[in-house]
Design a binder for this molecule. Structure first.
Ligand code: SF4
Ligand code: SF4
Length: 336
């Protein structure tokens, strides 16, 4: 019988949304997934019943080597302030800043996983002048470094695995944990931001229910319009690496299906795009952020062709909050 991978989950500069999301894992649920994957959750701030004293005892046993630690998960950014002392987040009962515990424990764990864009890159806790001096485990925004430094590697020789997203999809976390448990996680499984390719080899655009509108550049102009949100409403789905629309949340949802533009929350510095999230910045009427892999000239040529060919049904439905022009009927049986 193989030994379960002992996993510790810590939270620091976090809203708790990634844990909330994780609890929505389904088919199978979180506990079944962990059991199938051979993951033993040593402690989680929302799920564990251990007292503070028992928790601190656990940390001390990990540090002394008495308790093995295979996977360290951090949810939330590392708060280094004020003035790099880490005193904005002290770990209760230890007299030590959380950032010191995170650095020490990451040296013990065979794998360290950043859960969410805060832990990966700093995320929304870095926004607005970053008063808490927040950063990610191995990035500060889009700059390598963070708490552990660019050259840091875990005892298994991997850098921090960045399960980025705000919040993360529960499946991204459980898939990553299972992949680590199967011994199938190495650098080839991670993209240029050290995010698992299991979900970042896709774009949010893939599987979007508005794809027909996109093809004909039939665009939404106001919230609740049904059209594609790229041209006017700030949608970054053609550039955002994630499988949200191929693997909807809770089986059926995504930001776009809820009527909100994709804001590319799996990418570093998504939190401060420099313009309102639901506006598309343009130059000479052309969106600045064009689809990944597509040269600008091609996009402009295709867009003008598409617009010239937009069917009435899509043109009118795109700017309505319900179907005003239904698809044409098939010919009746027997008709020629
Ligand atoms: S990544 Fe988003 S959901 Fe997760 S802790 Fe940070 S702010 Fe909350
Ligand atoms: S650009 Fe956005 S709204 Fe339009 S089809 Fe792609 S993901 Fe959907």
């Amino acid at each position: 019988m193989t030994t379960a991978l002992r996993t510790l989950w810590l939270q620091s500069g976090s809203c708790g949304g990634c844990s909330m999301s994780l609890l929505n894992a389904e088919s199978p649920d979180l506990y079944a997934t962990l059991e199938y994957a051979g993951i033993e959750l040593l402690w989680h701030p929302s799920l564990s019943e251990a007292s503070n004293g028992e928790f601190i005892d656990l940390l001390n046993r990990i540090m002394s080597g008495e308790q093995a630690l295979d996977i360290l998960c951090l949810e939330g950014s590392v708060m280094r302030g004020p003035n790099d002392t880490g005193r904005f987040h002290m770990l209760a009962g230890t007299g030590r800043p959380m950032m010191q515990w995170i650095a020490d424990l990451s040296r013990k764990a065979r794998y360290t996983i950043a859960i969410g864009s805060c832990a990966a890159f700093g995320g929304v806790t870095m926004a607005g002048g970053n008063p808490t001096e927040a950063c990610g485990l191995q990035y500060e925004g889009n700059q390598p470094g963070g708490l552990l430094g660019e050259d840091w590697h875990s005892p298994e020789g991997l850098r921090v695995i960045n399960v980025a997203g705000c919040p993360v999809h529960p499946g991204w976390v459980t898939d990553t944990l299972a992949q680590v448990a199967m011994g199938d996680m190495d650098e080839t499984q991670l993209d240029e931001w050290n995010r698992p390719r299991s979900y970042t080899n896709h774009l949010v655009h893939h599987g979007c229910t508005r794809n027909e509108f996109y093809e004909f550049k039939a665009s939404a102009e106001a919230p609740s319009d049904q059209g594609c949100m790229m041209e006017h409403m700030g949608c970054l789905g053609t550039q955002a690496h994630a499988d949200c629309n191929r693997r909807p949340w809770n089986g059926e949802g995504s930001c776009i299906r809820g009527g909100y533009a994709c804001i590319n929350c799996t990418a570093p510095v998504f939190e401060e795009p420099g313009h309102p999230f639901t506006e598309t910045p343009k130059i000479a009427g052309i969106p600045i952020g064009l689809p990944t892999d597509m040269p600008k000239a091609w996009f402009v040529a295709l867009a003008s062709l598409s617009k010239a060919a937009t069917p009435k049904r899509l043109r009118e439905n795109a700017v309505a909050d319900h179907i005003v022009v239904p698809p044409g009927s098939d010919k009746k049986r027997g008709e020629r």
